[in-house]
Each structure stands twice: as C-alpha cells, then as structure tokens.
Write a protein that binds this ligand. Structure first.
Ligand code: KIV
Length: 291
C-alpha cells in the first residue's frame, strides 16, 4: 500500500493512512464491530478529496448525503437534489477512495422523488447509485417504504433506512424539529423501525429523536445498526455532516453539532478527533439539552 501522496496537477490526495491497512468495511465487519461494542463512525463527503481524507482519518462509513444540496449546491432544502447529481457525487467519492485504496463503506442517498412512485422506480434509482460505486443506498421514511426496502434487499442492494427528522419531508413536518416525542409518535417510530429491520434494512439513521427512544430502539434492533444524529449517545454509531463538524456551515449550525476544528491542526486531524470521540463515547453529550 502506497504511503506517498497521490500527486495530481490540481491537488494531492492524502497518503493511505495506517487505518487503510484495515480490511475493506463490509456488513460482516460492521456486525463484528457491533458485537464487540465498538461504535461506528460515519461522516458525509461529497467529493474525491474529502472522501479520501475522511477515510484516512478512520471513519468506517462515508455517506454521500443529499445534504449536498444545501452544502454544495446552496439549495434551501434537500428536496431539489436530482438523481443525476447524486450519481455524480457518489462516483466522485468512489473514485477518490479507489485512488487511495480507501476501505470505507459508501452509502448513497436516494433523493426526493427517486423512489416514491413504485418499487421498480426505487430499484432503477438504487441501481444508478450502486453502479456509480455505492455499497448501500439510504432512503427516508417508514411505513410506506417498508415494501420498497424488502424489494431492494431481496435483489441484493443493502439498504440504510432513515427515521425521525427526515429532511426530504421537511415541508410536511413543518420544519427541522425533534420527532418521536410523546407516546403516539414514539410508538409509531418504533413500529416503523421494527418493520424496516424485518424488511431487511441493515442500517437505520435516527435523526433528532429523544435519546431514550434511540437507545431502546438500538437494543431492540439486533440486525440493524442505528446511526444517530442529534439522537444522543445510545446508538450503534454516529453521523455528522462534514461541513458542520468543520465549522463551515453557511446557515445555522444545529446545536448538537461539535466543531472538531477547534484544537485541531488540520481537517484530517479534526476528523480523526471526531472518530475518536465517537469511539470513546465523548461525542455526543447532552443532546437533549442541545435542542
Ligand atoms: O443527507 C445527509 O447528509 C443525511 C444525514 C444528515 C444523516 O441524511
């Protein structure tokens, strides 16, 4: 494995770090981590260079999130992101990782409107992202998505579900608000999560839900790894939007985010601090006080 930077006319991808000596991340490897109680560190990345930096810093999973609509395209929400845009960014990330022999697991977000009409539409859209280099696709929502998840998983496509605050439905939800508060809402979220696991989802992002709920769900979902964002400490892993944790957010930074650039000497160093904090449990803290 090369330890020298990969020179290009316009930039230099980071050298493969010692963590790249690890085996490629796969679902069995994530299962092993869970079994030994090791937290999963996930971060978004949207281009080759930052994906390579995140991989070298030790994240296990790179989410090519449709949050790129906001942080890269300047949109007001993720609703305007197209499948072609997602394909372009997934391909860029996959190419960057390939260049540095990266080992991270790549998750591609299915954008708004690309999986809603039918299971067949979802399969066509998921195939576009898988062929661009994703190892897994993510889709938002519970209930109506369950049979779509089953359809994709039966056809060999690993699926990450996403419950709680689902940004693609921000208009229906009435804003970026905490979800799963109150018995009715919590019970519905719990049922959706159990159904998604039964349908074969092997990962579940829980965004802005109370810590007590995400913790009990994590215990209940033995075959599905919960990844929290603004959902407290009790999940099997954590995810952040990279720009948020680097403190380069154009808008309002969510209160549960920590700026890992503080006290770090480089972007790679700050991502390594994030990975360490996820693993040793020092991030996140007191999510509910942060809402
Ligand atoms: O699009 C995204 O980046 C996401 C994360 C916020 C989980 O879905």
């Amino acid at each position: 494995m090369s330890q020298t930077p990969t020179a290009t006319p316009y930039g230099t991808l980071p050298p493969a770090s010692p963590v790249s000596a690890r085996k490629p991340i796969s679902l069995p490897r994530l299962n092993e981590m869970r079994a030994r109680g090791e937290k999963i560190a996930m971060l978004t990345a949207y281009d080759a260079t930052f994906a390579a930096v995140a991989d070298a810093a030790g994240v296990e999973c790179i989410l090519v999130g449709d949050s790129l609509g906001m942080v890269c395209q300047g949109l007001a929400s993720t609703v305007g992101v197209s499948l072609e845009t997602m394909r372009y960014h997934v391909e860029s990330v996959a190419r960057g990782l390939q260049r540095v022999q990266g080992t991270s697991w790549i998750i591609g977000d299915l954008p708004f409107g690309s999986y809603h009409a039918s299971r067949e539409e979802a399969l066509r859209s998921a195939s576009v992202l898988m062929q661009a280099g994703a190892h897994m696709v993510k889709l938002e929502g519970g209930g109506w998505t369950t049979e779509t998840v089953r359809f994709l998983v039966e056809r060999g496509i690993p699926v990450c579900a996403h419950l709680g605050l689902t940004p693609q439905t921000v208009h229906a939800l009435g804003g970026y608000r905490v979800q799963g508060r109150g018995d009715e809402s919590a019970n519905q979220l719990r049922q959706h999560a159990l159904d998604l696991q039964d349908a074969g989802a092997s990962m579940l992002v829980l965004e802005m839900v109370p810590e007590a709920l995400s913790t009990t769900l994590t215990q209940a979902l033995e075959r599905c790894h919960t990844i929290g964002i603004g959902a407290g400490k009790g999940t099997a892993g954590q995810v952040l939007v990279m720009h948020d944790m680097l403190g380069v957010n154009l808008g309002k930074t969510p209160k549960f985010v920590r700026n890992f650039m503080h006290g770090s000497s480089s972007v790679q160093d700050s991502i390594a601090s994030y990975v360490k904090a996820v693993k040793d449990g020092s991030f996140p803290v007191n999510t509910e006080h942060a809402w």
